[in-house]
Design a protein around this ligand. Structure first.
Ligand SMILES: C[N+](C)(C)CCCC[C@H](N)C(=O)O
Ligand SMILES: O=C(O)CCC(=O)C(=O)O
Length: 432
């Protein structure tokens, strides 16, 4: 089998795991990223090589299969010859493995199995790795404890200090990522606001800033510089941004740098920020009107951004308001909300039920207990999960200057994983 030339032996990926220093009274024990298998005996058959191995079972988790093919095992060898130790990428051509390859020998060791292949190659597979894939045909589910919020969050929003979030040891960044992952948003306090660069640096520490037709790091006032109502002083109802991209922005952030009169001495008012936990709203809709929930889950509709010359953006297909982890099953956890009734295209006239469902959805979003109104102040950077949390604002007078940025979903979730869990555990979770 052709091996791609491995990079210089001995170079190792920096994979030190993060040890969160205990706070003064308690040690922060982070939940594990995915379940750790605890065993009781069972048997594993490796097809093509009639070996039935005393496989320890996973306590309390139903195994979806009890056999593995030789091809699957060989393709998932993790040795330093088969996996480039610097890049963690597969280092051989899968399709040169004989499709009916069978092990020459299989040994059942304490916490792993050891396989010798016909060409003499040796592979080792921990029981944890095998059990995981015997129990899950799809990727492991990440253990995230989502906590819904409502109007009450305004009095004590999840927050992190700017200096902590900027620390090179990432302890503060871990806290910020964990708060956004759990609550859907957080406020970074005491951020210098004399220069937007400080906000930009903070956001760049989370992940690469996403460029769109609005630019990258945005810094805007109500001057209609770009053809969107965000660049006005109008009230904006609760919405998620970039519904018109196939992949909506993952994180969004707003830092109000100033809010001044258009002329000296002019008093200003309004410009409060609205947050709504759309995952919370979806769970209420599902409880109160399950059929309407299913309608918003099943009905793909058009979205667009067409205000700026030469720009007409719409997703690769129709997308529903509510998407779940398994879009075939509305009972799996809600994964993404897409909602901006101003940027929504034309729903087919036949979709009467959709309008009934959207009306109920809108009524839930506008409930007093759902609306979390916060007054952004210079120095407070609001950062939120744009796949879960809607935002809006009240109308305002004067010149209100806001800066911030979009960050892709996969980038900020990677940052959350790698600041909250040891790197080796993240690798086990993501690549097995
Ligand atoms: C200023 N900023 C770039 C943040 C947003 C621009 C407008 C976003 C648009 N209304 C939407 O819902 O996607
Ligand atoms: O100005 C604000 O507070 C929010 C603007 C907005 O909704 C947006 O930029 O998407």
């Amino acid at each position: 089998m052709m091996m791609r030339s491995a990079l210089k032996p001995g170079r190792h990926l920096l994979s030190g795991s993060l040890t969160l220093p205990a706070s003064s009274s308690t040690v922060v024990v982070r939940p594990r990223l995915s379940h750790v298998a605890r065993y009781s005996t069972n048997s594993l058959r490796i097809s093509g090589h009639e070996t039935s191995i005393a496989l320890k079972n996973v306590e309390g988790v139903k195994r979806t299969r009890t056999d593995l093919t030789g091809l699957w095992l060989r393709d998932n060898c993790r040795c330093s010859t088969c996996v480039n130790q610097d890049t963690r990428q597969r280092n051989f051509d899968t399709f040169q493995i004989p499709h009916d390859i069978t092990p020459q020998k299989v040994e059942n060791l304490e916490d792993q199995i050891h396989v010798t292949w016909p060409d003499g190659h040796q592979s080792t597979y921990t029981w944890n790795f095998i059990d995981h894939y015997l129990c899950h045909d799809e990727r492991p589910v990440e253990s995230v404890k989502t906590q819904f919020f409502g109007a009450e969050a305004a009095s004590n929003p999840p927050s992190v200090k700017f200096d902590a979030a900027m620390r090179e040891d990432d302890v503060g960044m871990a806290d910020l990522m964990a708060k956004i992952r759990t609550h859907g948003f957080a406020v970074v306090q005491d951020t210098p606001y004399d220069d937007p660069k400080h906000t930009e640096r903070l956001l760049q520490r989370i992940g690469p800033i996403r460029e769109t037709h609005y630019g990258g790091f945005y810094d805007f006032t109500p001057n209609l510089e770009l053809a969107d109502t965000a660049y006005t002083n109008l009230a904006l109802p609760a919405h998620t941004d970039t519904t018109y991209f196939t992949e909506p922005a993952g994180l969004q952030s707003f830092h109000m740098l100033s809010h001044k009169g258009a002329s000296p001495g002019e008093k200003v008012d309004g410009g409060k920020s609205l947050l709504v936990d759309a995952f919370h709203a979806a769970s209420i809709l599902k409880t109160e009107a399950p059929e309407l929930y299913k309608c918003l889950h099943a009905t793909g509709i058009p979205w667009h951004a067409s205000g700026n010359n030469g720009i007409t953006i719409t997703p690769n297909k129709l997308y529903p308001v509510i998407e779940t982890e398994n879009q075939q099953d509305p009972d799996t956890p809600v994964h993404r909300i897409r909602w901006n009734n101003d940027d929504r295209g034309v729903v087919p006239p036949s979709a009467d039920r959709w309008y009934e469902a959207a009306r109920k959805w809108n009524e839930i979003l506008k409930r007093k207990e759902m609306e979390c109104w916060i007054q952004l102040e210079p120095g407070n950077v609001l950062v939120f999960d744009n796949w879960r949390v809607m935002h809006g604002r009240s109308a305002f007078t004067g010149i209100r200057r806001i800066c911030g940025a979009y960050i892709n979903r996969d980038d900020w979730i990677s940052r959350w994983r790698n600041t909250n869990f040891p790197h080796e555990e993240v690798l086990k979770h993501v690549i097995g």
